[in-house]
Design a binder for this molecule. Structure first.
Ligand code: FES
Ligand code: FES
Length: 152
């Protein structure tokens, strides 16, 4: 099937198999391997990307469902090498540990902050419940999101 998407500001057009998952398209076709596959069953959030600004799990969408839409992956956040407020807060607060969950956490946090849904610790924990950290590093992650939102 024909697919036209904008990814990190660049338009892409191509033919894809109807069964191709969005996460596979991003990683295998576009080489954007910052988006990870953790569980492949919609549980862990490692594959989270922004679809028209909203966080979605790219292992639960077919690539063709993104046709005509705008995607942002972790590679597309820092414009000109300057970290976004969320990325800077993760850096400052040591909110990142492994490279596996971090991209999905940062993307999910970006959407939470942009939507004004990071008002307090409970809201952030609720907002990030679809993103799992296997080493329980949640404390600093939550602090980073609150700092980025200016609600700490
Ligand atoms: S790989 Fe998509 S939610 Fe885990
Ligand atoms: S820091 Fe990535 S799984 Fe815990």
């Amino acid at each position: 099937m024909e697919l036209t998407v904008t990814v990190n500001g660049r338009a892409h057009r191509g033919d894809v198999e109807p069964r191709l998952l969005l996460v596979q398209f991003l990683r295998d076709e576009l080489g954007l391997t910052g988006t990870k596959i953790g569980c492949d069953t919609s549980s862990c959030g490692a594959c989270t990307v922004l679809l028209d600004g909203e966080s979605v799990k790219s292992c639960t969408l077919l690539a063709v469902q993104a046709d005509g839409h705008d995607l942002t992956t972790i590679e597309g956040l820092a414009a000109g090498g300057v970290m976004t407020p969320v990325q800077a807060a993760f850096h400052e607060d040591h909110g990142l540990q492994c490279g596996f969950c971090t991209a999905g956490m940062v993307i999910a946090a970006t959407s939470l902050v942009a939507e004004g849904l990071a008002g307090d610790e409970d809201a952030v924990r609720r907002g990030l419940e679809g993103n799992l950290c296997r080493c329980t590093g949640y404390h600093n992650i939550v602090r980073a999101v609150l700092d980025a939102a200016g609600t700490s």
